[in-house]
Design a protein around this ligand. Structure first.
Ligand SMILES: [Ca+2]
Length: 345
């Protein structure tokens, strides 16, 4: 009930509809007022858009990005920054906010937003709220008292504990339509160095001069949990989440999928940033935690019964790569169950 009232405050600005119990328990006057206001602001459909998967990425000492997905095409997208979780003290007017996704072909049509804010202070907490305008109106999330927290990095040191320069690679990853062959520009990948990076990095497919199916992640921009530049090592585990948004309009619940990969071998002499593909994890360890266990079985089962062409088909768990997630994939994992897996590099 309390949550319903809280959401009701942003009813006219958000996707949320209170349950019928709220309307029954509310006084007739309040209910009529809510109805009148709803009709005033949403005269056409009365259906509210949904915003989901709000994720903070690309956090540096002075900037951060926020990515999210809407279930309808986006007209405009932006964020507000506050110094407190209740949104009492807004900092946005003194900051530089840029909507990256507005210049990316297909991104807003597919309901995918990325907004970056510059001018932040290092090692500082910020609270974030997204604003998304679609055809049914404005969605403002999260609500006050639940704003998204992000902490900026401490310092860009670029030197490791041995006083050697930190030089990581640019990692490229391909994303296709569910058919597995048609490039999907405007979709977004989010890469996290699992257990190492404080925040993930994000990049649109088909941008920055790369091929229409390719997204590039500059892992020199990772910061560790200590707030300092993160040096990756060969075989570190990477979690790659792909946002497809309305590309999966008939299967929106499956708009995103996850692939686990590893960091490639880094060329140490000379120390340069290379453009590299990410190796797959060992065949029976699609969850990529070095042991074949129930997590791998569950990861495969999450997409079980789906074939190439469906959004619920995850190429990352097609262990026996035949375009089908079926008993053969599960069996291949079970064959090595309990084993420690060899390195992929
Ligand atoms: Ca298969």
């Amino acid at each position: 009930m309390a949550g319903c009232i809280r959401r009701a405050r942003v009813l006219l600005l958000s996707k949320y509809r209170c349950s019928s119990s709220f309307l029954v328990k509310a006084s007739p006057r309040v209910a009529l007022l809510a109805l009148a206001l709803t009709l005033t602001f949403f005269p056409v459909s009365g259906v509210f858009a949904a915003v989901s998967d709000i994720t903070v990425t690309d956090v540096t000492t002075r900037a951060l990005s926020v990515v999210w997905v809407s279930d309808e095409p986006i007209i405009t997208a932006t964020i507000r920054i506050y110094s407190d979780i209740n949104g009492v003290s807004e900092l946005t007017p003194g900051l530089n906010v840029t909507t990256d996704s507005v210049v990316v072909a297909n991104a807003h049509v597919q309901g995918i937003a990325k907004v970056t804010v510059f001018g932040l202070v290092a090692d500082t907490d910020y609270y974030i709220q997204t604003e998304t305008v679609g055809s049914t109106g404005l969605v403002t999330l999260p609500v006050f008292s639940s704003l998204t927290l992000a902490r900026t990095a401490l310092e860009t040191n670029k030197v490791n504990a041995s006083s050697l320069p930190i030089v990581n690679d640019v990692l490229v990853h391909d994303v296709f339509f569910p058919d597995g062959v048609t490039p999907a520009p405007g979709t977004l990948i989010i890469a996290n160095a699992e257990g190492l990076s404080a925040y993930p990095l994000s990049s649109f497919v088909g941008e920055d001069g790369f091929a229409p199916q390719t997204a590039a992640i500059d892992t020199n921009n990772f910061f560790g949990a200590d707030g300092r530049s993160l040096e990756l090592s060969t075989d570190d585990a990477l979690k790659i989440t792909v946002f497809r948004g309305l590309l999966c309009s008939t299967e929106f619940a499956n708009q995103k999928y996850i692939e686990h990969r590893r960091t490639p071998v880094h060329e140490e002499t000379p120390v340069i940033t290379e453009v590299e593909l990410t190796p797959k994890c060992y065949i029976s360890d699609p969850f990529c935690d070095n042991t074949v266990n129930v997590l791998d079985v569950q990861f495969v089962l999450n997409s079980f019964g789906n074939n190439l062409g469906a959004c619920a088909y995850n190429p990352g768990v097609d262990v026996i790569s035949d375009g089908q997630i079926n008993v053969l994939d599960v069996q291949r994992v079970l064959n090595d169950f309990g084993d420690t897996v060899p390195s992929q590099n």
